[in-house]
Design a protein around this ligand. Structure first.
Ligand code: SER
Length: 337
């Protein structure tokens, strides 16, 4: 079996850690990781090599590698990016641009299309008002693409950059032989929830933070209103979608950017579920206007029928299965409750 060479940036993040584990479980991949932080002990043995440092300055190191696949996960998430906007732009856009250039160069030079997988986000959307959000229902990829956050602008623009490098870079004339281009595939994720790791710097973080706090018997003050509703997904489904996207034949893909969805629930739904599982949970509400504004600009739910049609996407976990079969059993083991 030929071993696929894989680069995962932002490997110490929540998606990164889970993805490293999945690739190791499947086998057939040699995984190189990069992150600003050292690798956590839990995944160290699963990785061939780790390049630690600021991706923008480290990309040149990777010109010597023959990657088949790049999962570019490194990013500054939405709440953090609003506090340090220029720095977020540097990480989110410049880092992506550098890696796209690398993948484009290698694809053309060696005549082998590098697969570039990019997690985009519901933050790419921007609903102008709460009324619009409530009236919009599930939104498709092309609608409401007017992000309110630096992170959302960065994600939307990087989707466009990915399409540019995979279709138009070089602007070859029709009668010239087209070069081999990189194969850009982006998934717009909803809020993700893992039983094993906690997010940091995001705005959908109230969901996982509340559940982890409840499971540990810690008080939690929720930074959005009880009626705040967006779409969420179990981490194993996020990883499943990335692996499906990786394996989907190019001919079956009708676009470069796909929504995926699992369940859309409110902050109060989280609180009720947390209380049912952990009757001593202490959850109060103390909305933070800035973070509330960000979540209010994200759609209540997204339409993922394109992913379902093109590559047979379907989540394993709806809201009941998420709690009963994934989150609660795992979290009880973790915190011994
Ligand atoms: N979970 C991310 C955030 O909250 C959205 O992609 O920033």
């Amino acid at each position: 079996m030929t071993v696929k060479q894989v680069l995962i940036t932002g490997a110490c993040g929540e998606i990164g850690q889970a993805l490293v584990q999945e690739l190791a479980k499947k086998g057939g991949y040699r995984v190189v990781t990069s992150d600003i932080a050292p690798l956590p002990e839990s995944i160290k043995s699963l990785v061939a090599e780790h390049v630690q440092g600021d991706l923008v300055y480290k990309v040149k190191v990777f010109y010597d590698y023959d990657f088949d696949v790049i999962f570019h996960l490194a990013a500054s998430l939405s709440s953090k990016a609003e506090i340090a906007t220029e720095e977020a732009h540097r990480i989110n856009v410049e880092g992506t641009m550098q890696l796209l250039m690398l993948a484009a160069y290698r694809s053309e030079k060696y005549g082998k299309s590098v697969k570039f997988l990019f997690p985009s986000s519901i933050a790419a959307y921007g609903m102008p008002t709460l009324e619009a959000k409530r009236g919009a229902g599930t939104v498709v990829e092309e609608d409401w693409d007017f992000p309110h956050t630096m992170y959302g602008c960065n994600k939307l623009y990087c989707e466009k950059l990915g399409m540019y490098y995979s279709k138009f870079h070089g602007q070859k004339h029709l009668d010239e032989k087209p070069p081999v281009m990189l194969d850009f595939r982006a998934i717009r994720f909803p809020g993700l929830i893992s039983a094993f790791t906690l997010p940091s710097g995001g705005t959908s973080d109230y969901g996982p933070e509340m559940l982890h706090a409840a499971a540990q018997g810690k008080a939690y003050s929720c930074f959005v209103r009880p009626d705040t509703k967006i779409s969420f997904m179990a981490m194993p489904d996020a990883i499943k979608s990335l692996m499906m996207m990786l394996d989907a034949p190019r001919e079956s893909l009708t676009t470069n950017v796909y929504n995926v969805a699992a369940f859309a629930i409110t902050a109060e739904d989280f609180r009720k579920r947390a209380l049912k599982a952990f009757p001593n949970a202490m959850v109060t509400y103390e909305p933070n206007p800035r973070r509330q504004g960000i979540v209010d600009s994200w759609p209540e739910d997204v339409d993922d029928s394109r992913a379902r049609n093109d590559w047979n996407w379907k989540p394993d976990y709806d809201v009941d299965r998420f709690f009963e079969e994934y989150f609660l059993p795992e979290i009880r083991k973790r915190y011994g409750k």
